[in-house]
Design a protein around this ligand. Sequence first.
Ligand SMILES: Cc1cc2nc3c(=O)[nH]c(=O)nc-3n(C[C@H](O)[C@H](O)[C@H](O)COP(=O)(O)OP(=O)(O)OC[C@H]3O[C@@H](n4cnc5c(N)ncnc54)[C@H](O)[C@@H]3O)c2cc1C
Length: 280
Amino acid sequence: MKVEKRSAEEITTIGIGGIHDIFYPENVKELKNLVEGGDFFVLGGGSNVVIPEVLEKRLISLKLFRNFAFSEETLTAGAGVTLKEILKEQIRGGFSLFEHLAGIRRATVGGLIAQNAGAYGFEVKERLIEVKFLSFESGEVEVLKDFDSFGYRKSPLPSLGIIVEATFKIKKDARVKEKIAHFVRKRLETQPPFYLKTAGSTFKNPPHPLPPAGKLLDQAGLKGFRVGRVGFSEKHANFAVNYGGATFEEFKELILTARKRVKEKFGVELELEVKVPCKI
Ligand SMILES: Cc1cc2nc3c(=O)[nH]c(=O)nc-3n(C[C@H](O)[C@H](O)[C@H](O)COP(=O)(O)OP(=O)(O)OC[C@H]3O[C@@H](n4cnc5c(N)ncnc54)[C@H](O)[C@@H]3O)c2cc1C
């Protein structure tokens, strides 16, 4: 199995953390051996993850799970296939699937499903037909076909197991290229520019009728607030940005300060959307 040293910038979009050994299983058997070998954390494209410099867990990437096939009505892709690759295929084949998510860097099939990613009224679960995952309970690949337990930025994965492949419904759409461009433009109107290092939304939006997390952070005076080299974007207060060389400790302090201030001002406990493979 391939094991390679990778920097934080190579494995996460926010680029915080040190250099880590990344395990790249090539098939389910290798994945199973890794899972049985001790504590681990599964990485997708690292676009919603922040990793500390020292981690007592193996980092597993499913980047090599790259099977890809589509028919008139379905698309089947391995966990490591990227959103970018799917969008390219959507343009080439003229079909609708993930256009609402266009502009999210590096996200993969595994991470999109685990987070039930969504934007502009769309959620990944709407298009799921089935998800194949290596079950922690049985140690075998099982198939999930019922997505009722999926919700806002949540799914039963990775608690249940590791996604290895998924099949999605696709629909013919001759205007998909325009739609992709539309959603990229829309994203850039409110979110930090693509060249900034961020892990997307830091906190989940609290339930209705409470205002979104970005608004609460803004009103608590945290828009543009920094701890060392990491801070909340001037453009969107819920996006933590690494302005260069930020440490995990700085990120942690930013999070704890934000939570405290929002709690004091509004009585709201903000829940992390980004995944952190350790206690924070
Ligand atoms: C600029 C920017 C904008 C963003 N905008 C949005 C947005 O509009 N909407 C939105 O929903 N998200 C958004 N995100 C967050 C992020 O892109 C999504 O959550 C995405 O789905 C994460 O995919 P990933 O492959 O990068 O997963 P990672 O970030 O690597 O992992 C996310 C979680 O998924 C788990 N996971 C990954 N692969 C697997 C697998 N094979 N099996 C089981 N679990 C797995 C990880 O363990 C982790 O818990 C944004 C991020 C950025 C950087």
